[in-house]
Ligand binder design. Structure first.
Ligand code: HEM
Length: 447
């Protein structure tokens, strides 16, 4: 059950300015049209403003100045609670999820997860990702437009199942795929229902719960079987690595219930985000023949630095997560305001990344900007920041580069519609409104 204590109305006088529209209007606009709403509010109210959300008139303080975002990312984890800020995800990810816990509990879980997301481990995943990418692009139709977002979804889901969960047995994959697809497809109605626990017994909420329970059953079976596997030491997937870390930790190891929550978290945090980034990258390249040629050359020559710049620029231009959240447990000064405990601050990823004070010609797709050096601190933050920075950032970038290489060495790309594509809200992510439709043809001299 999701609970958020109500703040007294008197706090509003001391908060940054913001719209005075009814809370229900602000909630709907924020939920559905963030990338349009927040830049508009920034122009009207400045680099720090307040929006109010249902239920219980929650106050969200949006931050668009890198220096204020720095205050949040470098501030004490005991004051800036990210887990509480992500509380809406509790009903699906579970109370032990690394995304939902704070302070010492977060430090422990993150420490246990970390080894599966670092250098050597990432290199170990590359070949499986490459094989899955090759198998996927083998099926792409030549000369016929298709929604690249759908195909990337299918691919990143397979990566989670095989590389993260380590399920390779075709019978078990076939049982898990449809459940996982339904669990990740949360939808605004189900999401909103999590604030109102009484709804769980009805209609779409009951159906969603039933699918979730069925997936949990399979996940617990997988964990039990893997614990007893004779080849655990040789297995390269994330779950097996977590179990090996657990064996070294003894009493501190993750329990089955904790592992279940982390697996569902990795599924939800890692699947749609990476799929969307890849779809945007394909669409951006497909719209720009000169950029496409440069990226193809980089793919042919093994120039990963350039492909990394392509991925980074797509993440800048199309932030999949538009903002991150920290709930204050104590009063703090941010951007000249003394903010009370109980409000939530939102570092505005989308706002700083589209700001011409931070990036020259921010509306243009220019991967080269990332070749000249690092952008200024807190002006490129698609993975959030501080101790809560995305645990899978390295994984996502490795996956994106491997997949782009498979596509670019093989195909010429063209966008079905060469105009820029708008975004729409899906779950907590911002995705291409038209599916990022592209057309591919084998490159001359390649099949
Ligand atoms: C392009 C793809 C991705 C994007 C844009 C992205 C973005 C983010 C963002 C913005 C956060 C919140 C950070 C904060 O609060 O400061 C986050 C957290 C997280 N992400 Fe990602 N993510 C991506 C891919 C992945 C992948 C592939 C995985 C794992 C397989 C993953 C696992 C996580 C986890 C576990 C957290 C919680 C970290 C914590 O609270 O300590 N993400 N991600």
């Amino acid at each position: 059950m999701v609970t958020t204590p109500t703040l007294p109305k008197t706090v509003d006088a001391a908060l940054p300015p913001g719209p005075t529209w009814p809370v229900v209007v602000q909630t709907l606009l924020f939920g559905q049209y963030r990338p349009r709403l927040l830049p508009l509010l920034r122009r009207r109210y400045g680099d720090i403003f307040t929006v109010r959300m249902a239920p219980r008139n929650r106050r969200l303080i949006v931050l668009a100045r890198p220096a204020d975002i720095r205050t949040v990312f470098t501030g004490p984890a005991s004051v800036f609670h990210a887990g509480e800020g992500n509380v809406i995800l509790g009903p699906i990810m579970g109370q032990h999820s690394v995304l939902l816990v704070d302070e010492d509990t977060h430090v422990r879980v993150r420490r246990l997860l970390m080894p599966a997301f670092h250098g050597a481990a990432l290199r170990g995943y590359q070949q499986v990702v490459a094989d899955l990418a090759e198998a996927e692009v083998d099926r792409w139709p030549s000369g016929r437009p298709f929604a690249s977002h759908d195909r990337m979804h299918a691919l990143t889901l397979e990566v989670i199942l095989q590389v993260v969960f380590g399920v390779t047995d075709e019978t078990r994959l076939a049982a898990m795929r449809p459940l996982v697809r339904r669990v990740v497809d949360i939808g605004p109605l189900v999401l909103l229902g999590w604030f109102y626990p009484k709804l769980q017994g009805f209609g779409p909420w009951r159906k969603y719960l039933a699918v979730q329970e069925e997936l949990d059953r399979l996940l617990y079976a997988e964990i039990a079987q893997r614990r007893g596997a004779t080849d655990l030491a040789d297995r390269g997937d994330v779950l097996s690595r977590l179990l090996r870390v657990g064996a070294e930790e003894g009493a501190d190891a993750l329990t089955d219930a904790e592992l279940r929550d982390q697996l569902v978290t990795l599924l939800l945090a890692g699947h749609e985000t990476t799929a969307t980034t890849l779809a945007w990258a394909c669409h951006d390249l497909a719209r720009d023949p000169a950029q496409l040629r440069a990226a193809q050359r980089a793919a042919d020559e093994g120039d990963d630095e350039y492909l990394t710049a392509v991925v980074k620029e797509s993440l800048r231009l199309h932030p999949v997560i538009y903002e991150v959240a920290r709930r204050l447990t104590a009063p703090v000064e941010v951007g000249g305001y003394q903010l009370p405990a109980g409000v939530t601050v939102l570092p505005g990823i989308g706002l700083v990344q589209a700001d011409e004070r931070n990036h020259i010609h921010p509306k243009e797709f220019r991967p080269e900007r990332f070749l000249a050096g690092q952008p200024a601190a807190n002006t490129w933050i698609p993975f959030g920041g501080g101790v809560r920075r995305c645990l899978g950032a390295g994984f996502a970038q490795m996956e994106a580069i491997v997949v782009l290489r498979a596509i670019l060495t093989r195909f010429d790309l063209r966008a079905e519609n060469p105009r820029p594509e708008s975004t729409k809200a899906r779950n907590i992510t911002q995705v291409p409104a038209g599916g990022a439709r592209i057309m591919v043809r084998p490159r001359a001299g390649r099949s």
